[in-house]
Design a protein around this ligand. Structure first.
Ligand code: HEM
Length: 445
């Protein structure tokens, strides 16, 4: 390994596991006056949590601070530095809508967060193990902005894990994540060869053998990264209805749900238990991610090639192709928002509920945007034509799903959009020194 991770300088969310259960908030600010914005960030910096004690946090709560491109611009960053940021970050996620499949009901004109069109400039991400701790952290933000003119709080979205401890479609989440070289400890079975830190952090070597860097002085980008944020509204009633149309029994519905995800809703991988759920296996971290596809399941008889988890992480199944799946890896931090739809609901209650995905990647084009456009919203790489991900894909062109079955393959049709985009942005998460550099940067002020 080239050099150890500088944990004290990396913002905590990159490595910290969410507490369980967890209570979080996304607080978004807009900037009219750069001096006020710098004062806000300067006041927040002492409270920003690093990854230093990530394995054994002294406190079960953290604050992290991110910027949109427009935010960096409004802080007065030199145009020559701004020009060097990745195009996806510079344009903002809404401008990438055609490429990302954000059309129709997912079009940015329907987005309800000030995401997109660079509608917010600074974000404060709070995560905590209790509501009281979250509120303490929120009070820090509240105090930091108090009496400041020229910077405003424009949105707060509370997130967490529903009381069911599952995401809204009923699946256990947060089971598979890449192991980063130097993060400490040993990879769990199934995590495979550790990933070069440069896939998730600037200032380190990446999987291509080159140092991931950013524009301008090293203090700005070292130990920083990007988060591709997606706010996805989930149509839970439609999802349940669809499963009911596919099978008369609950077991039959569970089976279809598992074939769409590649895991049973308990979290048990189909790869290890293809015909029957095994909730005990699902709970065992030494077993529940220990599978690959190339030799064990080349035709997707257990985990269909088109299922969500096999699309977004094909593991070794693309090893003999032009695509190297190690170059398209995402470190996920997903959180749910909105009330749970009661299990016995007989109609759609019209409530807004879904998932805020925070996908950490050092190269948003090669990582998040590639996965979203080529693997989620296209089926070419698995010879599935225009077919999309059965859970989160856009059905603008094709609305069916196929998986191997006995005695014949199963073909299910008429899948609606189970998830639609309601916000999205690529944000920059500097290291702690990067934050300090930004507030001390004085051009034109
Ligand atoms: C409503 C939308 C979504 C839901 C309900 C959802 C749910 C899930 C669930 C239940 C898992 C399995 C648990 C695990 O492996 O940790 C999973 C895995 C994953 N999801 Fe999603 N997801 C959604 C959208 C997305 C999107 C948009 C992306 C990326 C573009 C994505 C990327 C991933 C990745 C990389 C994995 C890990 C797969 C693996 O390593 O085997 N997900 N998701």
């Amino acid at each position: 390994m080239e050099r150890p991770l500088e944990l004290h300088d990396i913002q905590g969310t990159v490595l910290r596991n969410r507490p369980m259960p967890y209570y979080g908030s996304y607080v978004l600010f807009s900037i009219d006056d750069p001096k006020a914005a710098k004062t806000l960030v300067r006041r927040l910096v002492p409270y920003v949590t690093s990854a230093a004690d990530w394995e054994n946090p002294a406190e079960n709560a953290w604050i992290n601070v991110v910027f949109t491109f427009e935010g960096l611009k409004r802080l007065g960053l030199d145009p020559s530095i701004l020009a060097g940021f990745p195009i996806e970050f510079k344009q903002g996620m809404a401008a990438r809508k055609e490429f990302l499949g954000d059309t129709g009901d997912s079009d940015p004109q329907h987005w309800d967060m000030p995401h997109g069109n660079n509608g917010f400039h600074i974000g404060m991400l709070v995560m905590a193990g209790s509501e009281a701790l979250r509120d303490e952290k929120l009070a820090i933000g509240h105090n930091a902005i108090a009496a400041l003119k020229g910077v405003k709080t424009i949105s707060r979205l509370d997130v967490g894990i529903p009381p069911t401890m599952r995401e809204h479609f009923g699946y256990t989440d947060g089971l598979s994540r890449p192991f980063i070289e130097g993060e400490g400890g040993e990879p769990l079975p199934g995590q495979g060869t550790p990933f070069k830190p440069g896939e998730f952090l600037l200032g380190y070597e990446n999987e291509l053998g080159v140092m991931a860097t950013g524009p301008g002085p090293e203090e700005l980008w070292r130990n920083g990264t990007y988060i591709s944020i997606r706010k996805l509204r989930q149509k839970v009633f439609a999802f349940r209805q669809y499963l009911k149309q596919q099978a008369d029994t609950e077991d039959g519905q569970e089976f279809v749900a598992a074939k769409m995800m590649g895991r049973w809703r308990s979290g048990c991988p189909m790869a290890l238990s293809p015909d029957k759920d095994n909730p005990e296996l699902a709970k065992d971290k030494y077993l529940n991610n220990d599978f690959a596809y190339l030799n064990d399941d080349p035709d997707g008889k257990k985990t269909p090639e088109g299922s969500h988890i096999r699309r977004v992480n094909p593991r070794d199944s693309l090893d003999n192709t032009a695509t190297n799946s190690r170059l398209h890896k995402l470190l996920r931090r997903g959180t749910a928002y909105g009330p749970v739809l009661p299990a016995d609901a007989t109609e759609d209650d019209g409530q807004d509920r879904g998932l805020v995905l925070a996908l950490i990647n050092a190269n948003p084009g090669r990582q998040f945007e590639f996965v979203q456009s080529q693997w989620v919203n296209d089926g070419d790489f698995i010879s599935q034509g225009r077919r999309t991900d059965p859970i989160v894909g856009s059905r603008s062109q094709v609305d069916d799903y196929v998986y191997p079955g006995k005695p014949a393959r199963k073909h299910i049709t008429g899948l609606p959009d189970f998830a639609v985009t309601r916000g999205g942005e690529h944000v920059f998460l500097p290291g702690l020194n990067g934050l300090k550099w930004l507030v001390d940067y004085d051009r034109n002020l």
